[in-house]
Design a binder for this molecule. Sequence first.
Ligand SMILES: NC(=O)c1ccc[n+]([C@@H]2O[C@H](COP(=O)([O-])OP(=O)(O)OC[C@H]3O[C@@H](n4cnc5c(N)ncnc54)[C@H](O)[C@@H]3O)[C@@H](O)[C@H]2O)c1
Length: 257
Amino acid sequence: MITDQQVAVLTGAANGIGWALARTFARAGYAVALFDIDGDAARARARELSGNHEGFGCDVSDETQVDAAFAAVDARFGRLDALVNNAGIVGSQEPSTEQDMQYFDRITKVIVNGTFLCSRAAYHAMERGGKGAIVNVGSIAGLVGLPRRNSYGAAKAGVHSLTRSLACEWASKGIRVNAVAPGYVATSMVKGLIDKGAIDPARLSRRIPMGRLGTPEEIAEAILFLASDSARYITGSTLSVDGGWAAFGDVGNASEG
Ligand SMILES: NC(=O)c1ccc[n+]([C@@H]2O[C@H](COP(=O)([O-])OP(=O)(O)OC[C@H]3O[C@@H](n4cnc5c(N)ncnc54)[C@H](O)[C@@H]3O)[C@@H](O)[C@H]2O)c1
């Protein structure tokens, strides 16, 4: 079935930024394909949106599952206009000398391989349609050094690099590839780090020029812009959506918090 609506695949769509993305894209008129490793949660979220949306179980790090999920999207919607590579897992907070290579590899596989596999799978439908927009969710961790967050930071830097290489390769096909680099956003990922004592929210807020954490909706709206025709001459860019976090280079606090 071919739909008249624009179609967006959003990965990691059952929670946090991904769920805000699903609501934001649906509100903007897209038919949304929600991908999540937790397929039941993705399907439940699609029902919650109510409309021409569908949830799919897909581990983005698994090539077979990714290709099957994109084939299912093609069969269901017949077109693909936007892909947001949002699925991610948080990095280890252990001292580097105690970090486990299994965990290190898993983060790389989900974040770097997942972004590449989904982009590659999306390419064919976008090329057929003559245009498309991919937005990758990077991080401030991929721009600057955050102690102990080795695999996470390296993976996010890899996402920023993939953004540039795919943008240059696919520009002539009408496919734009951009990224956002969120700062700290109040999702369960960050709440988990706060609960473990790995992050002090008050101290963190003082490090942010705007004096507060971001909301999932603020990240989703920036991504919607990059996916839209309003961004039609933008490709290969990484947009900081961080309340000024990455811009701050002075000593001491960036705000009163
Ligand atoms: N929260 C932040 O402060 C923050 C900051 C910068 C970047 N990010 C990035 O934003 C993205 C979303 O983060 P969040 O805070 O919303 O996380 P979250 O943990 O709230 O949600 C992540 C979602 O991704 C899904 N997921 C995990 N592994 C997956 C896999 N292999 N395949 C498919 N789905 C998978 C989870 O089931 C979950 O629904 C991540 O890429 C994260 O690195 C988050």
